[in-house]
Ligand binder design. Structure first.
Ligand code: C5P
Length: 217
């Protein structure tokens, strides 16, 4: 099998950033794309670490170790732990860019007037892994609404990636929620391949075909 003996690291799902003990900032990522990528990698022979934010999904595959986390900082810590001996990393999680600067110890009480919550930047996990990259094949995702190709290529360079998977919100059925996706795979030599609208399981197969043909080349 093409991924026999390889260690694969995948991030999936949203992150939740605590505001107080009962509230958080989050997003609508389902985690489906990352879970399908993990399943496929295991089928191809890899040992998989799947780091996932809060999701209703589960996975039962002897070769997949699911690590559930809540916040971007926790996802960052788990990725840091596993990255050094990782062969292929795919970061498919919808990580919150910002988190509340102060997490209230008690539930915030409603008062008259408006409430302001100060936000600070979360670590960019993908950017860090790009900086620390040795022999890993590193893949990111990009969800763009304008100048898609240019923005995705810029991200690929800035984050020192080997490839980036672009999904366009302009494409009906692509991206967040739902079980289908339409992607463009771009590698660091500007090799570009656009795929048809497919189920996320099929998209995962396409992505792994692109990756395995490049790591064995
Ligand atoms: O820069 P942007 O957030 O659009 O990049 C998207 C890519 O970066 C995705 O692969 C996502 O998983 C990753 N990312 C990350 N940590 C962040 C933000 C994004 O790993 N804090």
């Amino acid at each position: 099998l093409p991924l026999n003996g390889k260690k694969v690291l995948i991030t999936a799902g949203p992150t939740h950033e605590a505001i107080d003990p009962v509230r958080f900032l989050g997003n609508r990522s389902s985690g489906t794309m990352g879970f399908e990528l993990a399943k496929k990698a295991a089928d191809l022979g890899a040992n998989v670490i799947l780091v996932s934010g809060p999701t209703s999904l589960d996975i039962s595959h002897g070769s997949v170790q699911l690590v559930r986390i809540t916040s971007a900082q926790e996802m960052y810590d788990v990725c840091q732990e596993h990255y050094p001996d990782t062969d292929v990393a795919i970061l498919a999680a919808a990580v919150a860019d910002y988190r509340p600067k102060h997490v209230a110890k008690e539930k915030i009480k409603k008062k008259e007037g408006d409430l302001q919550i100060e936000l600070e930047r979360n670590p960019d996990i993908l950017y860090s892994l790009g900086k620390e990259k040795k022999n890993q094949f590193l893949v990111g995702f990009a969800l763009e609404t304008e100048n898609e190709l240019e923005n995705a290529k810029g991200k690929l360079q800035r984050k020192n990636l080997d490839a980036i998977v672009l999904n366009s919100l302009k494409d009906e059925g692509a991206g967040f929620g739902g079980n289908t996706n339409k992607i463009t795979f771009i590698d660091k030599n500007s090799g570009i391949k656009t795929f048809a609208l497919k189920t996320k399981a099929e998209v995962a197969s396409d992505i792994w075909e692109e990756i395995t043909s490049r790591i064995h080349a």
